[in-house]
Design a protein around this ligand. Structure first.
Ligand code: GAL
Length: 689
């Protein structure tokens, strides 16, 4: 199949999908036989890439100023000769012992103010000038050794940035950051943080401490700003590495690997400085608390989070476990066929790579029992290896998918600021707030209607979407309420829920009624009170005739956890509470504004109820819904003149779909009607647009 024009190819050197993973030859330098065997096995597994150097600092520079790069040069050469490209990491994710021994300030300080000892990884201070000097030096040397090698296609910065530092350098930077943010005016900060409460007014920026565990925990604005600062500081550190790399190799793209909705860092701020988004996906598969299909749908949600950060190009699945991991509470094997299905899901959601942690199991230390393509047995004759090699063959058939994009017309707003502010606010019930889980469940509900959904920020552009869903949009940044109104006026369908618009960007409550900043007039409601339900509490919503058109049995739906009492000023009441002292009061409303509709769901409604509301919105917005058998996911990627429909059977039962037309790229079969899917089976159907 010829290449389509105008597609967003990430790596022109790679034909089609990149297939690779973390590779640690530095652990085997005394075993040249193993390194030679690795090349043979990588080719057998259909790998065209390997990620090198992620934790190699002490192999490069075992003593300060003593450098060993020959092993790396040899390795990149050998890989390249065999058609395997290198993703090259900067080694800053873990420090050699000599560095911590000689430069104490490079070690982090924890939230009690205690400095860490040498050990583990990800423990450097983001502000330390010494650490930056040492990193600058080793990265420059790395570049001198292999930086211009034609086999190197991407810089992988550090590894999974995370954590925070409370050292004196970071505290000082925090104070400077605040002074800049509040224009050097401490009264502005005192007002924004409502510090007269408990007599917490500050006289100057130099009095402000971070929220130590044994210190200030009661100012919501401080806690939020500390999290923003940590993102700012980590991004500043990351930019230092990026700037250095861009000076050395201006044309080579850079990435760093993210971890789903990791709470510690607002990835969207970091994403602005990266050329391509990549992430590490390790869901707890085959667990005992939800269906496999749900776990996978939540994984698709996280793919959508990544896709949403750069919607104009594919992203990368930088790490996944070919077998099991070693750090879930229970480490269960991936069932036969699941590796393929899992990898195809990444592609379906917009990734152009399938990569693993790790190529070969380490013999000792912390991750010696973590799954790998090649395990301690050391051969290609294992179930895992065969599954990886089988996938490698299939990925070649999916070459033309590379560069095509998921083009969703529905978006869900999910924000770190909201996650942080909701998590910190005192009230409700900490166990049931569950912001990220709630968003994932809502995403799954829309997915079950056969609709692809992007996950975006409240600051992103809403144009191009027809439906916007904003679960628990507790914190509003300036201008967002106005943009939501404009979206609806121009014909958009908007759905918001309980806990919308309670606070501004500094966590000050809106006065005059929630949802604030003018949203109560958009929805035509004011939320007067919110009730927190115990797990044993029962309530429900009874919907008016004809609202939930899917079936009559959907007229009454369950409510859990949260229920707001709404005062309706100007909206249609779609459903009313069935129990408690607010029985009969409005629970779900809708209002016409301009060409569109603004729907407010004042309670945590059952997902069957939400599904019916979404179906109603999609229908009105003209969004095509696909009828899917239970547990089957469908995602669509489009190139310039072809589209690729991915059907993924997330169950261990056979199933079938009707009305499928086109060529199944995985089998070469032409379909004109029924598509049969085996247990954990998948199909990729290509058709002309
Ligand atoms: C990732 C990390 C890898 C490896 C892996 C194990 O978070 O980047 O280096 O530790 O987890 O699952």
């Amino acid at each position: 199949m010829e290449k389509e024009k105008g597609k967003k190819i990430l790596f022109p050197q790679i034909k089609g999908i990149l297939h690779g993973g973390d590779y640690n030859p530095e652990q085997w330098l005394d075993r040249p036989d193993i390194l030679e065997e690795d090349i043979r096995l990588m080719k057998k597994a259909g790998m065209n890439s390997a990620s090198l150097g992620i934790f190699s600092w002490s192999a490069y520079e075992p003593r300060e100023g003593e450098y060993h790069f020959q092993w790396l040069t040899d390795c990149i050469d050998r890989l390249y000769e065999n058609g395997i490209y290198t993703v090259l990491a900067t080694p800053s994710g873990a420090k050699p012992a000599w560095l911590d021994e000689n430069y104490l300030e490079a070690l982090r300080v924890d939230s009690y103010g205690v400095r860490y000892h040498h050990g583990a990884r990800h423990n450097h201070c983001m502000s330390s000038p010494v650490y930056r000097d040492k990193v600058r030096n080793i990265v420059t040397r790395l570049h001198e050794a292999v930086g211009e090698h034609p086999g190197v296609i991407l810089w992988h910065i550090s590894n999974e940035f995370g954590g925070e530092c409370y050292c004196p350098l970071c505290v000082k930077r925090f104070q400077d950051y605040l002074a800049e943010k509040f224009d050097g005016d401490i009264d502005k900060l005192n007002h924004a943080w409502w510090t007269p409460f408990w007599s917490h007014q500050y006289n100057g920026f130099d009095q402000i401490e971070p929220p130590y565990q044994n210190g200030e925990f009661s100012i919501m604005g401080l806690k939020l700003e500390w999290r923003r600062f940590t993102t700012w500081s980590m991004t500043d550190y990351m930019k230092f590495e990026i700037n250095l790399l861009k000076e050395l190799t201006p044309d080579r793209p850079v990435t760093t690997n993210f971890m789903q909705l990791y709470e510690g860092l607002d990835y969207r701020e970091m994403a602005k400085h990266l050329d391509v988004i990549s992430w590490d996906s390790y869901p707890c598969l085959h667990n005992d608390y939800e269906s496999f299909a749900s776990t996978m749908a939540h994984n698709a949600f996280h793919h959508a989070v990544m896709r949403g950060m750069k919607r104009d190009k594919p992203f990368m699945l930088m790490e996944s476990a070919p077998g099991l991991v070693n750090w879930h509470q229970y480490n269960k094997l991936k069932r036969p066929g699941v590796h393929r299905l899992f990898s195809l899901q990444a592609l379906a959601c917009g990734s152009d790579t399938v990569q693993y942690f790790q190529w070969r199991k380490s013999r000792g230390s912390y991750e010696q029992y973590h799954g790998a393509v090649v395990d301690h047995l050391g051969t290609g004759d294992t179930r895992i290896f065969r599954e990886v090699a089988g996938l490698g063959e299939e990925l070649k058939r999916l070459e033309s998918v590379a560069g095509s994009l998921v083009q969703a017309q529905t978006a869900m707003i999910v924000d770190w600021d909201v996650m942080w502010a909701l998590g910190d606010m005192r009230g409700l019930c900490d166990e049931t707030k569950r912001y990220a889980d709630t968003c994932a469940a809502i995403y799954e509900t829309m997915l079950r209607l056969g609709v692809d959904v992007d996950v975006i920020s409240q600051m992103d552009d809403f144009t191009g979407y027809r439906v916007l869903v904003a679960p628990m949009l507790y914190l509003l940044k300036p201008g967002v309420a106005q943009r939501l109104r404009a979206f609806v006026e121009k014909g958009g369908e908007l759905l918001a829920t309980y806990l919308t618009g309670y606070v501004d960007e500094n966590t000050l409550c809106y006065l005059g009624g929630f949802p604030g900043d003018g949203l109560s007039s958009l929805f035509g409601v004011v939320s007067e009170e919110i009730d927190t339900l115990y797990p044993t509490d029962q309530n429900g919503v009874c919907f008016a005739e004809g609202v939930l058109q899917e079936s009559d049995s959907l007229r009454e739906e369950q409510v859990r956890d949260y229920a707001e009492r709404l005062r309706v000023s100007d909206a249609d009441i779609l459903g009313r509470y069935t129990s408690d002292f607010y029985a009969g009061e409005p629970a779900v409303t809708e209002r016409v504004q301009g060409e569109g509709h603004a729907c407010y769901v004042g309670c945590r409604l059952s997902m069957t109820g939400m599904r019916a509301l979404f179906a109603r919105m999609f229908k009105r917005a003209g969004i095509h819904m696909r009828q899917l058998p239970e547990g089957v996911e469908c995602h669509v990627r489009a190139g310039e003149d072809r589209q690729y429909e991915f059907y993924l059977n997330m169950t261990d039962r056979e199933t079938a779909l009707s009305d499928v037309q086109g060529e199944n790229l995985l089998t070469g079969e032409m379909l004109q009607g029924t598509l049969n899917l085996e247990p954990y089976g998948a199909a990729v159907i290509v058709s002309k647009l």
